[in-house]
Design a protein around this ligand. Structure first.
Ligand SMILES: [Zn+2]
Length: 409
């Protein structure tokens, strides 16, 4: 199979990476607006009136940023530092940095993130057709502490994920205790597909009609149809955001050009933080997976985008009074990528059983970090879930992973 273990990489390239998006304020306004539009769509009106509830458990908030496959060579290495100026310069000095965080399981997207979120190596379907078999952190948190679904979210650019990432098949837990899962990029792609299907391609070619198509896709489709799993409630757009987004989209349509999926994911995430203030939030960036197209320049551009957006996530945490001082943010890649000269085409893929593919890093920031330091002792991806469960105040569960003593509330 052409794209190996990255089933999402073969389509949607128009939304993968846009190195120029930062410089074009109209595109950023559009993506910001689209994020607001979608978050507004998901906001049940009753909850909007009530505001956030009382935090459950320890009151500690957790934000996990998972980046797709990136090698040490392109990140935390003398040659790679240029791709991660924010991580290596702005964040590293205040972080707890694990130099070796190992993926010892399946180096495919769904299994990798499932392992991180369950604390047990998962070997389910690479394409996300089967849920993880062990309870996710979301389920542990929600069932253990009677937490509302609106306190647990996954926002992902990664098309190799599905809504099944939000809950396991464990009969003692399962979807009743799962997270909200949203794929902002998928929503934009759906708007295009819907327009094609209905013979309105001229509308998509004429960018002045993008706004109409995007809104039509959102208002005409229920969440399940979009592959989302969000609440049970209203499918009406919150009218308070409509004017703002229409203005921003009107600006965008003058500019044209592709947009970055991760950028949209970031804006969507920020809106969710501002509207729902979830206690447990997982963000998956995947512009780096442009590597599957064989473009090293697009891959490193994706790394730079993830670096910048991760820093912006931290800035949002620091600026938002609902998060500042009580949040731990953790950043880690899903895995590395194959070594140069390998039979699997080097950076294109992440299939090799090699150190380049398995040995990555992990950074923790914020309330769960006593003092900035670098830990040389190797840790495993499955150690993160029990660590975060403890931070959140969840009752302990059996898992393969072991709690990391350096991260504590
Ligand atoms: Zn991939």
């Amino acid at each position: 199979m052409e794209n190996g273990l990255c089933p999402g990489a073969e389509r949607g390239s128009e939304f993968v990476v846009d190195p120029g998006s930062l410089q074009d304020p109209s595109k950023r306004r559009f993506l910001n607006a689209a994020g607001m539009l979608m978050a507004g769509l998901m906001l049940p009106r009753a909850r909007a009136a009530q505001g956030p509830g009382v935090p459950a458990g320890s009151g500690h908030k957790v934000v996990v940023v998972v980046v797709g496959g990136v090698r040490r060579d392109e990140t935390f290495s003398p040659d790679g530092a240029v791709n991660i100026p924010h991580l290596s310069t702005d964040l590293l000095p205040q972080s707890l940095f694990y130099r070796h965080a190992r993926n010892e399981g399946v180096t495919a997207h769904f299994n990798a993130i499932s392992s991180i979120l369950t604390g047990t190596w998962q070997r389910v379907d690479d394409w996300g057709k089967l849920a993880p078999t062990s309870p996710t952190l979301f389920e542990q948190f929600r069932k253990g502490l009677h937490v509302d679904r609106s306190d647990t979210w996954v926002v992902a650019s990664n098309k190799a994920l599905t809504s099944l990432i939000g809950a396991s098949s464990d009969t003692n837990f399962g979807p009743a205790y799962g997270a909200n899962v949203v794929f902002p990029k998928q929503l934009m792609l759906m708007a295009v597909v819907e327009a094609l299907r209905q013979g309105r391609t001229a509308n998509m070619a004429d960018r002045s009609k993008v706004e109409v198509e995007l809104e039509s896709a959102m208002e005409g489709s229920n969440y399940e149809g979009l592959g989302w799993n969000v609440f049970d409630g209203s499918d009406q757009l919150d009218p308070r955001v409509r004017g703002t987004i229409q203005n921003a989209i009107a600006s965008f349509v003058q500019s044209g050009g592709p947009t970055s999926g991760d950028e949209l994911t970031f804006f969507m995430t920020r809106e969710i933080m501002r509207k729902f203030t979830p206690q447990l939030l997982v963000v998956a960036f995947s512009d780096v997976e442009a590597a599957h197209f064989g473009s090293y320049a697009l891959h490193t551009s994706g790394i730079k985008t993830a670096d910048r957006l991760t820093f912006q996530m931290w800035q949002e945490i620091e600026a938002n009074p609902d998060y500042r001082g009580k949040t731990t943010m953790v950043v880690l890649p899903e895995f590395g990528r194959d070594p140069d000269g390998s039979s699997t085409n080097g950076f294109f893929n992440h299939r090799a059983n090699s150190e380049s593919t398995r040995d990555t890093w992990m950074m923790a920031l914020g309330a769960g970090v006593d003092k900035p330091q670098t830990i040389e002792r190797p840790i495993r991806h499955i150690d993160l879930c029990p660590t975060l469960a403890s931070l959140l105040g969840c009752p302990p569960l059996d898992a393969q992973g072991r709690r990391l003593e350096e991260i504590r509330g």
